[in-house]
Write a protein that binds this ligand. Sequence first.
Ligand code: NAG
Ligand code: NAG
Length: 330
Amino acid sequence: MKVERIYLFFYGISLICARVNAFDPITTTVAVGIGATLGTIYKYFQEKCSSKWIAFNATGLDVDLEKRLFGQHIATRIISKAVNGFVNNDKPKKPLVLSLHGWTGTGKNFVSKMIAENLYKEGMHSSFVHVFTSELHFPHASQIETYKSQLQQWIKGNVTNCAQSMFIFDEMDKMQPGLIDSIKPYLDYYDRLDGVSYQKAIFIFLSNAGGEKITETALDFWKAGKNREEIKLCDLENALSLSVFNNKKSGLWRTCLIDKNLVDFFVPFLPLEYKHVVQCVLAEMEARDLEPDKGIANQVARDLIYFPKSERVFSATGCKTIISKLDYYY
Ligand SMILES: *[C@@H]1O[C@H](CO)[C@@H](O)[C@H](O)[C@H]1NC(C)=O
Ligand SMILES: *[C@@H]1O[C@H](CO)[C@@H](O)[C@H](O)[C@H]1NC(C)=O
């Protein structure tokens, strides 16, 4: 990049000047000038809350969902529509709130990452993307009141800095009931709260809750000899939001987020079958620039545990452990 070369050029000159005579007033003036220029250049490279750093790549997201996420025809469609619709709306009435549900290893984290990567130049490293996990950020049940006000302050502070902030709440099932209720006002249809508008922010909740219901439905389809692509959102949606609402371990238990329909989309992730695991392994090989090897892919997939015990249809860990397994084979 040109600017990088200019940067190096000035840096070189300033080093030479410093060597020649650090105490000569003219050199010092020049050096200070160069310092200021370097500062400006540095700021140019620093991430800012602007369209240079935050620009949605709709094609990128669709390509990622098609090529890197397997066995999730419902999630693929909802995520693409939801994010596109939201980002292309100049004046959204409320922030986008997605609740992703399903068994471990089915792609919930992966999809959040895809959204971040196609919205922020810096992807998950962006200073506008915030991930909260209960174990790391809210570990002690006794401190829930502190956590509540801390979380409110964080969200308010970050959205004040940048309206297009993204908040990912991982392991929602481990969050204490009530914690999430404390951020409810930010998810609602308010133009402004204390002068801050949250309408351009994105909130994503990840949770295993509802996984059993989703698996039950997928298994019913499988037993009936039906194609899993025939499973529709409406086959899952009611069961899902009810089980999430009534499940004490969901983190959304009896929460008013569901009560007031503040969650825009419940996104189910289906349990993965053997063939999807093989696809995951092949994709991972490609991502690592390895020659795709179906033999090894099948071997890795065979090593996993499948459930229910008698039928052995779905991978118990989805595609989660394949990365370490792949390391073992290479
Ligand atoms: C958007 O994503 C596509 C597909 O991944 C990629 O080819 C393209 O370069 C991206 N566009 C921008 C502006 O980053
Ligand atoms: C933004 O959120 C992070 C947590 O991800 C927190 O540490 C930080 O203090 C917040 N920033 C502001 C300005 O509140």
